[in-house]
Design a protein around this ligand. Sequence first.
Ligand code: SF4
Ligand code: SF4
Length: 315
Amino acid sequence: MEYRLLGKTGLFVSRLCVGTLTIGPLQADLSVSQGAKIIRRALEAGVNFIDTAELYGTYEHIKEGIRGVSRQVIIASRSYAHDRAGMRKSVELALKSLQRDYVDIFLLHEQESFFTMKGHWEAVEYLLEAKKEGLVRALGISTHCIQAVRAAALLPEFDVIQPIINTAGVGIKDGGREEMLAAIREAAQLGKGLYGMKALGGGNLLDRTEEAFRFVLSISELAAVAVGMSDPAEVDYNVAFFEGRRVPERVRREVRRKKRTLIIEDWCAGCGQCVQRCTAGALSLVGGKATVDLARCRLCGYCGSVCPEFCIKII
Ligand code: SF4
Ligand code: SF4
């Protein structure tokens, strides 16, 4: 496994980062011991970087997964807290739940622009204090927006930016893949540590996994890429691919056999673009929200590519 320095944080992270949204109650809803096994499998294969969020509900899985691991494990978390008291509560919850003395990286979750960051400035001020006290080692933002990457790059308070990036540009809210790549390059030149997310477009690029991974791995400015995994075969597949090894045929077969489904997040705005895109007639609007008929759905992922809210996932 290759390790890279994350900007100026002093943290050496594995190129593959375990994304834990997929194991938690919002997606696969694995038990703590099942989720911990996935995390442990990745750590044993050389991964040292775990990505989570307060929202994901995976602190317990991570605590179990890293229990007894002697080498350094780097954990990134984030919360939507916007004020000092809220962010203090978020950091304290992470420290207590993970049973750690510090959280390596703490991010403002889903920032959209300079203005949303300003609206969270009390939370930033608390994180800066927490960094001085050694409770947090680096801070920054996660985002689906190009303008947020550009704004965070110019703010000296932030060490780390986690942008969405994938070969099809799925989920980028305010532009396309090339503009996001340009913003990532600018941020790296300004010394920010960057690690990507949604390399598989929330599962919508699963039928193009190798192309999608090759694309994110070609972005030299990304120290790491967080990839959600919820199955031992997915861990083996991802580790092999990120190490530049041939993925064993047995592992490929197991990943292909994995039963998948399509979910629509409850923040669907009911715009209907996905309904128009689906040629299988599997989507309709019911009560102002998109609804899927799984009997008709071919899990092609085309609908996810047109959703402006990034609320369609294949898990
Ligand atoms: S994944 Fe494909 S078939 Fe399923 S709802 Fe979306 S566009 Fe339709
Ligand atoms: S495209 Fe997205 S926001 Fe629009 S109706 Fe479909 S799921 Fe909802």
